[in-house]
Design a protein around this ligand. Sequence first.
Ligand code: TYM
Length: 337
Amino acid sequence: MEETGKKVIFSGIQPSGNLTIGNYLGALKNWVKLQDEYDCYYCVVDLHAITARQEPKDLRRRTLEILAIYLAAGLDPEKNTMFIQSHVSAHTEAAWLLNCNTYVGELSRMTQYKTKSSKFGNDTSISAGLLNYPVLMASDILLYQTDLVPVGLDQKQHLELTRNIAERFNNAYSPTFKIPEPYIPKEGSKIMDLQEPLKKMSKSSENPNSFILLMDPPEVIKKKISRAVTDSIGIVKYSDEQPGVKNLMNILNTLTGESFDCIEKKYAGKGYAEFKEDVATAIINEFEPIQNKVEMILADKTNLEKIYKAGAEKANYIANKTLRKMQKKIGFIPVSK
Ligand code: TYM
């Protein structure tokens, strides 16, 4: 298996819902920019998705759709290792070993765990998977000796925990893992909910007007943006007092590169209608070519299978090398060949 000498990138998206513009701007768009310079592993993290109950047929459909979106957004299967997490069993094996080097206290302090588990109220039926989720994420990252992890801002805390777990293991057993760095874009790292702009946009939200999906048709995008909550101030200004407008400006800036200053000047004295129309147009211009390609890619199941099989082969080889190292250091008896 070829070793490139390039720095390593690992990232993934859960097939727990349809991809939003938040996933695209916070993660996927940046992955495409990094593929020439780095040795990249881009995964569809299906094992993570089952921390919430998934309808099997939806999980299957979304897993392949996300892979197709990776390709349609411009990730080249010749340059990147693209695979499905459950095809590389080292992820779950390593997660157990790391679990034994992780404290329940640090897991229960994770913001995402607190938010998700609070929805259960006094009910004690929170899955252990929800608590252990960041350990599986640490395993994903550490198995590939990753240098950089391109993610949105919401994953920063999980990255910090990954670094702590890696350092703890390295100190206990001698250096085993590279300590990864987060790669969080300056723009687009936190796209907000269109209806409640103080909340992060999420693919698992119950209100479809709160998010734009990568696969939303143009007329739906126009409708959702026109309904996006703004304020009664009526001035297009980049300000914390106007979180709805600020969010739309962030989206426009990330898609078109227009500065906030420029956007403010362009819509001065014009209210919100024209501004919103232009935001919708910018999204449509970005998404339409991707959407057309997704349909074509999904229609060719043989090619898709070829890509995820080749990805799993390379990923298995690299991941197992690290897993064997972990097992040996812990004191397990190696299987003789
Ligand atoms: P997930 O599936 O929730 O989100 C995928 C990526 O999209 C980013 N993101 C956002 N960025 C900006 N604004 C938003 N509103 C927004 N919502 C989501 C996320 O930060 C993420 O980069 N735990 C991860 C998946 C994962 C992973 C990994 C990532 C599993 N193992 C290893 C990196 C490395 C997650 O749930 O992402």
